[in-house]
Every structure is written in structure tokens, then in C-alpha cells.
Design a protein around this ligand. Structure first.
Ligand SMILES: *Cc1c(COP(=O)(O)O)cnc(C)c1O
Length: 386
């Protein structure tokens, strides 16, 4: 029989929720600040309560700042980052539409799959995983294909590549296309500058650069894209991700659409407040410094980074696994002996790279130094002689 004990929750006989202490140095979820946990412990209010909408409005305001946009349509979807992707695709991709995708990693392939399921005629500019797109070749692809929607990933978490978007957006606008940019890992840790770059639709998640728990997907939509959406003739095949309906609930009529989680809205509010208090530029700079210090340490260990310096994501680093070292063994040692989570590569990069996140509370010199020491020991334990 299930019982309820004080200060812990018995989910079934003999198993209580006492998670092991972890330092989340992976690609996400990332380390959550204690103040965010405190916010989550507050009592929930209803999803139509005036207080709920106050929190939601404050989140919208702070998200505009973090995204670098004045878009009125900036809000959150009750879903993880993939839900934001699904919302972007299902609202802006119609059957038979030509969609151009910059494809150089796992998440571009997920975009492709979603676009195809929405009936798009997908054209892809492909690079091997770990590659990035130059300005000229990117513009040439768009001018040649003239797609109606262009999609790219700013921070490709499967490879560690940061893709600059200015040339892509400029060319896309020249051919009258809308631009969807995945800002899942970048938002909150690196500049994304939505308006300045020319991105029409950007989406993210809460558990990577924003260092909150998973469960929400911030999204922002330019006035031009809103206009396009209002004029769309076919119905979005997805009811749940129809952003006209979600927007109506969150900031127009406040009428029920779905039961949004007050707990997660509180968490995001606290996470965004922490960013405001630190200062967005300061936070970016802290992540950049942590990244540079990490890369220096990697060099001192005679390891190599997969991605050339100018294309590196600051908050997600991909050093190569050295010759004859089993990366699974290194990861297992870190987790078992140090409570540290990192991730390995997958797809074409399986066994070839480590994926190491330096985000939120862990993007500090102390944490980087501590991590490097433990990482070095784990590597030597797996036979590395460097
Ligand atoms: C993690 C990630 C996603 C998917 O987000 P989920 O929250 O896991 O659904 C999409 N795009 C990128 C670049 C990601 O890193």
C-alpha cells in the first residue's frame, strides 16, 4: 500500500524520491539555481488566476529582453524544446510548401522530419556533422532554391557548432521567405539577437541556456510572421500547438486553452529574474569566459576541440575523445565517482566527442577548474596518457 511520509514522497513501496546529488555538466538539463527550486515549491494557482497572468506577462517581458526582440508575440508553450519546434513548423509550414533547411546535425534532421510530416517539399543544404555554413554559400543556396520558409539551428547541440544567422536571414528576406531559428541551447547563454539578425520565428526551451527545469518552450514571432499567420488559409493540423489559440489564452482573451503549469511559470520567472539581476551581457560574458578557460584546460591536456574556434558554442563544448580511450568508461567514472553528468556524441560522432555543458550556475572559473581536474583523472583512468 502506498503511504505518505513526512518530508518525502513514497511513490511505491520501498522507493522514495531522494535523487542523487549531481552536477549537470551535460547538454541539458542543466544545473538549476536553488532560488528556482524555492519558487517551484510555492503553491500553485489556477491557470486562469489573475496572478498566473501577472507571472506570465512578466515572463513575456523578460523573454523579449533575452531573445533581443520587441515582438509582441513572445510567450511560452507548455512543452519542451521539441514542442517549440513543432509549433514553429506546424504554424508556418503548409502542405506543398518549399522549405529550405541548413542541415549539419541531429536537430536539423528533427526539423526536417517535422517539416516533411507537415507535407513540406524539403530542400536541404547538407554538411557533415561539425560543419558550419559560410555566408556566401548560404545565400547562394537560398537564392537558388527560393524556399518559402528557411530553417536553421543557432547552437547545434549534437556537434557544438554555433551558426551565425545574419547572411541566412538577409538572403531569406530577399526571396520573401520566413526564417525559423532554433535557439534551444543558445538562449540565455549566448547572444541570439532575434530582431537584429532578422529571425522571424525563434523557439527555445527552459532546461539549457536558461538553467530552469524542462517543460516550457519560449517562442517569439515577428509582426511579419504574425501577419502571414493571420492570412494563412489552411488550418494548422495541430490543435495543441496552434499559436493563435495559445496566444489568445495567454495574452488576449485569457480564456482556457490548456492547463498551463503554474509551477513551471514560477520557475521560469525566477530563472529570468536571475538573468536580469546579473545583467544579460554579463551572463553572456561569464559563459564566454568559462568556455575560454575550459578550452585552455583542454589544450593543456593535449586534447582537441572538434569545432574550429570561430564556430564554437560557448556553453556546449565538444572535445574529441582521444585515440584508444573508451568515452563511455570516462562518463561512467565521472557519474559514479564524482556525481558529474556529461554526454557522449551520437550518430556520426558516437564515441568521437564528449559533450560538456558549462551553463548557468556551473559557468564559473571554480567549477571549470574542478571539472577539468576530475575529467583529467577519469581520462587517465581510462588509459589516456596525455
Ligand atoms: C535539446 C534540443 C532540442 C529539443 O529540446 P527538448 O527540450 O529535448 O525537446 C531541439 N533543438 C536543439 C538544438 C536542442 O539542443
Amino acid at each position: 500500500m502506498p503511504t505518505i511520509q513526512q518530508n518525502s514522497v513514497t511513490v511505491s513501496e520501498g522507493i522514495t524520491i531522494h535523487p542523487p546529488k549531481r552536477l549537470l555538466f551535460g547538454p541539458g538539463p542543466t544545473q538549476v539555481h536553488p532560488r528556482v527550486y524555492q519558487a517551484m515549491a510555492q503553491p500553485i494557482v489556477g491557470h486562469l488566476d489573475p496572478y498566473f497572468f501577472e507571472v506570465s506577462q512578466a515572463n513575456q517581458r523578460m523573454l523579449r529582453h533575452v531573445f533581443g526582440t520587441t515582438n509582441e508575440w513572445t510567450f511560452v508553450i507548455s512543452a519542451t524544446g521539441s514542442g517549440g519546434m513543432e509549433a514553429a513548423v506546424s504554424n508556418f509550414v503548409e502542405p506543398g510548401m518549399k522549405v529550405g533547411i541548413f542541415a549539419n546535425g541531429f536537430f536539423c534532421d528533427r526539423m526536417t522530419e517535422m517539416a516533411r510530416r507537415n507535407g513540406a517539399d524539403v530542400v536541404r543544404f547538407e554538411k557533415p556533422w561539425g560543419g558550419a555554413f559560410g555566408d556566401t554559400e548560404a545565400a547562394e543556396f537560398i537564392h537558388r532554391e527560393k524556399p518559402k520558409v528557411v530553417m536553421y539551428v543557432t547552437a547545434e547541440t549534437s556537434t557544438g557548432v554555433f551558426q551565425r544567422g545574419e547572411a541566412i536571414c538577409h538572403a531569406a528576406h530577399e526571396v520573401g521567405a520566413l526564417i525559423i531559428a532554433d535557439c534551444v541551447t543558445s538562449l540565455g547563454a549566448m547572444p541570439v539577437h532575434v530582431d537584429q539578425t532578422g529571425i522571424d520565428i525563434a523557439y527555445s526551451c527552459t532546461q539549457k541556456g536558461l538553467s530552469c527545469p524542462p517543460g516550457l518552450s519560449p517562442i517569439t514571432v515577428s509582426p511579419r510572421a504574425v501577419e502571414w499567420l493571420q492570412a494563412r488559409k489552411s488550418t494548422n493540423r495541430s490543435w495543441y500547438f496552434d499559436i493563435k489559440l495559445i496566444g489568445d489564452y495567454l495574452f488576449v482573451s485569457h480564456r482556457y486553452h490548456h492547463t498551463a503549469s503554474a509551477t513551471l511559470f514560477y520557475a521560469l520567472h525566477e530563472g529570468l529574474s536571475l538573468i536580469e539581476e546579473e545583467g544579460l551581457e554579463n551572463r553572456w560574458e561569464r559563459h564566454r569566459q568559462a568556455h575560454l578557460e575550459f578550452v585552455k584546460g583542454i589544450g593543456a591536456m593535449e586534447l582537441e576541440m572538434l569545432v574550429p574556434a570561430e564556430y564554437r558554442i560557448w556553453n556546449l563544448n565538444t572535445p574529441r575523445v582521444p585515440e584508444a580511450v573508451d568515452d563511455a568508461k570516462v562518463r561512467a567514472t565521472l557519474l559514479k565517482d564524482n556525481g558529474i553528468e556529461i554526454a557522449g556524441g551520437f550518430g556520426p560522432l558516437a564515441g568521437k566527442v564528449f559533450r560538456i555543458g558549462l551553463m548557468g550556475p556551473l559557468a564559473t572559473s571554480d567549477h571549470v577548474q574542478d571539472f577539468l581536474a576530475r575529467f583529467g583523472a577519469a581520462l587517465r583512468g581510462a588509459g589516456y596518457k596525455g
